[in-house]
Design a protein. Structure first.
Length: 294
């Protein structure tokens, strides 16, 4: 890929991983990588030092973005969110991570979003589906282009969730939601997203990838899946009412159905949680994730 076209920085060691952005996916990615490669160096880059103690506790060397020190790893996972960056700045950050943090021996994966797709009539979408031209989509597509141009992959993830995070959490907090209860939302548990990224890195995947659990659900069905869980059963259910205003996130119309069979086959991956119902049922029996902390 493009990694060989430039003088890549030297790697800090075999199977090393550099993670930009320590959100829920970044932390899960570090934990899964550590389990698979007990002796590998893992560097976790963050915008502030708030999580550094927690990173050290799981065997990750923290570094601040402002103090990026020239060390590079065989593999890079870029999962910092777009929100802190300007429209062009986000893509520039991805390009800078590829140039400065990636030794090029393994994979480079940029965590993108299926929100870039234009489809909203309930039809099936694959990796090559038409993309939207909203400012949000264009910002993400520029970052994707930077990752792919450097010889890496852009993984478009479905709506990510855990017990405490995701669309359901936002709706429960809001109560009244200005969106149709029937729009389809594609889903993927955070741990499964990190697992997909791990397999993509190991496969040295390139180009556009698509990852979802293969079981899209309407907003109403997502609430049904969550409502019986101990964390939600005593809370009032969100009320949906379609309006002329487009929803903050997710489909304004019928949504879409992701077909990510090609990507799943290419990297050799399948989700642990095949449906959101499966996760919440398992979690109600035996809570299976660490406390969701920023």
């Amino acid at each position: 890929g493009g990694a060989s076209a430039r003088a890549a920085p030297a790697s800090v060691g075999p199977d090393s991983l550099y993670v930009v952005g320590r959100g829920v996916m970044g932390q899960s990615g570090c934990l899964q990588w550590r389990a698979a490669y007990p002796d590998a160096t893992i560097i976790g880059e963050t915008g502030s030092d708030a999580s550094h103690e927690r990173l050290r506790a799981i065997g990750v060397e923290p570094v601040l973005r402002s103090a990026r020190d020239g060390r590079a790893c065989d593999h890079v996972l870029f999962c910092a969110p777009p929100s802190p960056f300007g429209d062009d700045e986000y893509g520039e950050e991805v390009a800078a991570a590829a140039a400065g943090c990636w030794a090029g021996a393994g994979g480079f994966v940029f965590a993108s979003s299926g929100g870039v797709f234009a489809e909203d009539d309930g039809n099936v979408v694959t990796e090559g589906g038409a993309t939207a031209s909203t400012p949000r989509a264009l910002k993400m597509l520029k970052a994707e282009a930077a990752a792919i141009g450097a010889g890496g992959a852009a993984a478009r993830f479905a709506g990510l969730y855990s017990r405490a995070r995701g669309a359901h959490s936002y709706w429960y907090a809001k109560g009244d939601v200005a969106a149709s209860p029937s729009g389809l939302i594609n889903l993927l548990h955070y741990d499964d997203a990190a697992g997909f990224a791990k397999r993509a890195l190991e496969a040295k995947a390139t180009g556009v990838l698509l990852a979802a659990d293969g079981a899209p659900r309407t907003r109403a069905a997502i609430v049904d899946a969550v409502a019986g869980h101990p964390a939600f059963r005593d809370r009032p259910r969100p009320v949906f009412a379609a309006t002329d205003e487009p929803p903050r996130r997710g489909p304004a119309g019928g949504g879409r159905i992701y077909d990510c069979a090609a990507s799943a086959t290419a990297v050799g991956w399948a989700p642990t949680y095949a449906t959101i119902e499966a996760f919440f049922a398992a979690d109600a029996e035996a809570p299976c994730e660490v406390a969701d902390k920023k």
